[in-house]
Write a protein that binds this ligand. Sequence first.
Ligand SMILES: Cc1cc2nc3c(=O)[nH]c(=O)nc-3n(C[C@H](O)[C@H](O)[C@H](O)COP(=O)(O)OP(=O)(O)OC[C@H]3O[C@@H](n4cnc5c(N)ncnc54)[C@H](O)[C@@H]3O)c2cc1C
Length: 287
Amino acid sequence: MDQGLRKHDMKIAAFTIDGNGTFAQDVPAFAAALAAAEADIILVPGTSRARRSLPAAALRAGAAIDTNVVAVAIDGEKATVQRWAYRQRILTTFSRAARPWVIVTDPALFPEICAKLGVAPAPIPPGPSAETRTTVNGVVAAGTGGESTIKPDSPLLFVAGAGWTKKQADGATHLDEAAATITGFLAKSGASLGSSKSLVDMPEAAKAFSFMSHMNQVGQTGATPRHAKGLSTCCHGEEPHVVGWRFVNDRRAVNLDANCGWAQGKADVLYVADAFAVMKKVNELLA
Ligand SMILES: Cc1cc2nc3c(=O)[nH]c(=O)nc-3n(C[C@H](O)[C@H](O)[C@H](O)COP(=O)(O)OP(=O)(O)OC[C@H]3O[C@@H](n4cnc5c(N)ncnc54)[C@H](O)[C@@H]3O)c2cc1C
């Protein structure tokens, strides 16, 4: 959506919201920040923390709010935004008269949208500590509930396909080695883990790859993540899987098959190679 040529006379603020926070603490703090900004339009990236507490904060501050915005245009007094509907099938364009209007953008598009509107984002000011009935008696060691492999805020999507469970050149499967290689890369890179349907549907994978579930599935009947980059390994790149990559613009794949789906214009770079060897080397280099 093109930014209009007319100069706008609206006050626009932009806040970044990083780190961790609880709903009880964040709602009053964010509401105070929204009110203190005294802006017509307030831009915020849709991190998981922002998406959890901002709607309630906006309600408290008397502001309108919309999430999942992918483009913003300002023309005079009019602000127009775009967001997808019906699982990314229809791109809608709409505006609101309500002010202040909190516009929560896709995290990856936030810097671009701010730059287009000439706004410099600042960290959201910490509010006064809120009264809460919760008493913290101690912190249980993190990770006891199992670490999540789905990280929407990560810049990288790492997809594991069913090839990780297939018989390799020596005629045997190597499930434990595959699991260690995948989790080793995730730990070192901070990437979010995606999977093909074939892998998460496989009973032997459910046992060996306990760190993934159907929640990781990317594709037509799975998720449509929005990471800036994606690396696919041991996944054939068939259309029902690759449609889930429609927002991942920088795509690379590692596959033994030079004629796999990724080679048919679905990846920017296809490495025709053994993903076991490639990822082992990558893990060594990241060490
Ligand atoms: C209605 C419908 C909806 C669907 N929805 C989805 C969906 O949401 N998501 C989804 O993923 N699929 C979906 N599918 C299934 C999809 O069509 C494919 O069957 C599936 O994606 C295949 O998974 P895969 O590529 O991991 O496995 P495979 O097709 O078995 O491919 C394994 C790949 O691993 C490679 N390989 C093996 N060993 C190595 C190695 N050592 N190094 C490198 N490469 C190696 C092989 O060359 C092969 O290309 C759907 C299908 C239908 C009909």
